[in-house]
Every structure is written in structure tokens, then in C-alpha cells.
Ligand binder design. Structure first.
Ligand code: FES
Length: 304
């Protein structure tokens, strides 16, 4: 009799646990469905033009719901585990065994547990897939491919060097230690083509290291830092070094503007120089390399 009481009590425990797990499974399923709707809502808001706060809220709901669903699943569906204390064999009565068997089949059959797990896994996969889709949608915001634009500037053979006001520069006017910001004639202010014309000190230029032509002791380099694109502007004439004010990359003007120190990954591109019939400085081509920060498919050998 006492044994039958204990068995019935255990049967009730299994039933109660099964109910708790059912409630937990329903709750977890609701969370995953909420995550799916939030992810689709996020895509809809983005495609309709976007609204930052609403998108943030939907992203929060989507991730929050997935997290809550997983938490509920782990805490209320998978566990807690009923642990039975080890003891010596003690056979129950036949009636108690029949009752227990019935309760077990009713509540914890493998098919039920497996079906519930499969159902929740499918919903979780749905939530993950819709979130992944929502995160891919912003790829639409990427602009058109840059094509050759990253590799060429306004500089071309015969184009005069002018200052910001459009005044051409006579080669004979440039003195040692003098630095001027120059542009291609007709493209004054062009950010990509801006360059620094520098009068180096006599006999300091390492001409065999320069990749492009020079005129006398004059050299011309891109003004755009190859680290993150700041304008390089500080010239230490005494040591022939250009310094970028943003993160202190330092370039050796006399040695093809190679990097002396700092985070820049390569030197400043050089503009080949010449002089026209009237003595004005001209470019004899474009920079020897693409200007600006390095990027994934740029190499020193690139043909511009
Ligand atoms: S942008 Fe010039 S050093 Fe960083």
C-alpha cells in the first residue's frame, strides 16, 4: 500500500513535469515566432526607407526573443532533471507498475519528446534564417562599384600644376624647403588629385629610388595619406620628412616618400614632373600608384 502511494506520487510528478515542459515549449515557440516577425518587420522597415529607432527596436526584439526562447527552452523544457536516489532493488506492486507505465507512456513517450524538440528546432532555425536574411538586406545600400575610379586621377601628361587659385607654377620659382599644394589645371580643389610640390635641399634626393621623373630638386607626392586618407601637411625640411597630423605617419621625401614610421602601410604615390615650353611645371602622367588608403585589391604593381 505504501509502495502504491509512492508510485502514484511519482506518476503525478511526471505529469506535473510534463505540463511544465509543455508550457515552456509553448513559451519558447512564441518567442521564436516573435523573433521571426521582428526580423521580417526589420526588413520591411528597411526596404520602405528605414527608420533608425524602429529598426533598432525590431533588432532588439528579434535578438531578445531568440535569447529568451533559448533560455526558456534550456530551463523549462530540457530541465530540471529528476534525480532518483540509488537504493537496493524493491519491486513495486503490479498495480503500481501498471499505473506508472501508463503515466510514462502518456507523458514522456519518446515520440512526444522528439516531436517537441523537432518543432522547437525548426522554429529556432526559422528565427535564425529570418534574422540572417534581415542582416543581409542592408547590402542593398552599397553603392555602385567604383570601377577604375580608384586607380586614376585628373592628372595626365601635359597638365600644368596650379595652386588652389589656378595660378600655374614656374619651376624656377620654387625654392629649397618650399612646399605647395597643387592641383591639375582646371581641376583646382579636386580632393583626389591634390598633391604636394616640394623643393628638396640640394643633393638630398635619392634619385635612383624614385619611381617617377623629377625636375631638378623638385618632387611631387599625393597629399592623401595612405593610412586613412588625411591630408599630409606637415613638412620637416631639416630632415626632409612629411608627417600626417592624424596618426603621425612619417614619409621620407628624399626616398620616394617611403614610410619612416607610423601606421601607413605604403609610401605616398609620386607624380611624374616635367616642364613645358614656357617653364611651367607639368605632369607627365598620373601618380605611379593609386592614391589614398590601401585597399584589398591594390598592389604596388598595379597598372594605372
Ligand atoms: S591618416 Fe595619416 S597616419 Fe592615419
Amino acid at each position: 500500500m505504501a509502495s502504491g502511494e509512492q508510485t502514484r506520487t511519482r506518476g503525478e510528478q511526471w505529469r506535473a513535469q510534463r505540463e511544465r515542459q509543455d508550457r515552456g515549449a509553448r513559451l519558447a515557440a512564441i518567442c521564436f515566432v516573435v523573433a521571426i516577425f521582428a526580423a521580417f518587420g526589420l526588413m520591411a522597415v528597411y526596404i520602405a526607407g528605414g527608420q533608425t529607432q524602429l529598426e533598432g527596436l525590431l533588432l532588439f526584439i528579434a535578438f531578445g526573443a531568440v535569447g529568451a526562447g533559448l533560455g526558456i527552452w534550456g530551463k523549462r523544457v530540457v530541465g530540471p532533471k529528476i534525480v532518483v536516489e540509488e537504493r537496493y532493488p524493491m519491486r513495486s506492486t503490479d498495480q503500481a507498475r501498471d499505473e506508472f507505465e501508463a503515466a510514462y507512456e502518456e507523458s514522456l513517450g519518446e515520440a512526444v519528446v522528439g516531436g517537441r524538440r523537432r518543432f522547437l528546432l525548426r522554429l529556432l532555425a526559422g528565427a535564425g534564417a529570418s534574422l540572417g536574411l534581415a542582416l543581409l538586406v542592408p547590402l542593398r545600400s552599397l553603392g555602385p562599384g567604383p570601377g577604375r575610379d580608384l586607380f586614376v586621377t585628373e592628372w595626365e601628361p601635359g597638365r600644368r600644376l596650379v595652386d588652389a587659385g589656378g595660378t600655374p607654377i614656374l619651376a624656377a620659382q620654387m625654392a629649397a624647403d618650399e612646399v605647395r599644394t597643387v592641383f591639375p589645371e582646371g581641376a583646382e580643389g579636386d580632393a583626389k588629385a591634390q598633391a604636394l610640390l616640394i623643393g628638396t635641399r640640394p643633393d638630398q634626393l635619392q634619385r635612383d629610388e624614385l619611381p617617377a621623373e623629377t625636375v631638378g630638386d623638385l618632387v611631387c607626392y599625393s597629399k592623401i595619406c595612405t593610412h586613412a586618407g588625411c591630408p599630409v601637411g606637415l613638412y620637416r625640411a631639416s630632415v626632409g620628412e612629411l608627417i600626417c597630423p592624424c596618426h603621425q605617419s612619417t614619409f621620407d621625401v628624399n626616398r620616394a616618400a617611403v614610410v619612416v614610421s607610423g601606421p601607413a602601410g605604403r609610401g605616398l604615390p609620386q607624380l611624374p614632373l616635367g616642364v613645358d615650353d614656357e617653364g611651367y611645371l607639368i605632369a607627365t602622367g598620373d601618380f605611379n600608384e593609386p592614391v589614398g588608403p590601401s585597399f584589398w585589391n591594390m598592389t604596388h604593381d598595379v597598372d594605372v
